[in-house]
Design a protein around this ligand. Structure first.
Ligand SMILES: [Cu+2]
Length: 120
């Protein structure tokens, strides 16, 4: 019984932590879309696709689909930080290469959860 309570307490604090992080990026959490919608599926432990080409200087919507496990999609160069299934971010990228990754320590394959967006 006591063990169960501890697990619950840990789970709760993890959830609170996530909510706290998401708060900083609220404009991106609205489910808004514009332009071409690109769905990126995250699962244990990969992104699909992990090489994405988008048109530069145009609105493009990145949409995170979490197929299993707990994953996020962070693209530092585009100021994108999607924390859950169905979240979207509208970006307008200058030509260039933008690496992305999962920023939730999701398990043994976490280090492999990376990809690149190329805007041209
Ligand atoms: Cu991860």
């Amino acid at each position: 019984m006591k063990k169960g309570m501890t697990t619950l307490a840990i789970a709760m604090s993890l959830m609170l932590g996530l909510v706290g992080c998401a708060g900083g990026n609220q404009s991106q959490q609205s489910g808004k879309t514009s332009g071409q919608v690109i769905e990126i599926s995250a699962s244990n432990f990969q992104f699909k696709p992990n090489k994405i080409e988008i048109p530069a200087n145009k609105d493009v919507t990145l949409k995170l689909k979490v197929a299993n496990g707990m994953h996020s999609l962070e693209v530092p160069g585009l100021d994108v930080n999607l924390q859950g299934d169905g979240e979207t971010a509208v970006v307008r990228a200058k030509p260039g290469t933008y690496p992305f990754f999962c920023n939730i320590p999701c398990g043994v394959g976490h280090a492999k959860m990376k990809g690149t967006i190329v805007a041209k």
